[in-house]
Design a protein around this ligand. Structure first.
Ligand code: ZN
Length: 76
C-alpha cells in the first residue's frame, strides 16, 4: 500500500507522463480535483529522492516523479 496522497497524484498525473513541472504547478494540477492545502503537496515524497518519511513508491519503479532539481519534477 502506498500513502493516501499517492493515489491523488496518480489520478491527477496519469496522462502527464514526461511533463516537467514546478511544485506550484503540481499543486495547481492537484487542486481542481482535491482539496489541497498549501505545502501539503509533497512531490518529493513520490520521487527518486524521497526521504525517510516518503511514500513507499519513493526510489522504486512505482515512483510518480523524477526530481530534476529542487522544486522541479518530471512526471513518469
Ligand atoms: Zn507515492
Amino acid at each position: 500500500m502506498f500513502c493516501f496522497s499517492h493515489y491523488k497524484f496518480v489520478e491527477a498525473f496519469k496522462d502527464q507522463a514526461g511533463r516537467v513541472l514546478k511544485t506550484d504547478e503540481i499543486e495547481k494540477m492537484m487542486s481542481p480535483r482535491f482539496i489541497v492545502n498549501k505545502g501539503s503537496v509533497r512531490p518529493k515524497a513520490h520521487s527518486d529522492k524521497g526521504e525517510a518519511s516518503a511514500c513507499k513508491c519513493a526510489n522504486t519503479n512505482d515512483r510518480i516523479f523524477d526530481r530534476i532539481k529542487q522544486g522541479l519534477y518530471k512526471v513518469r
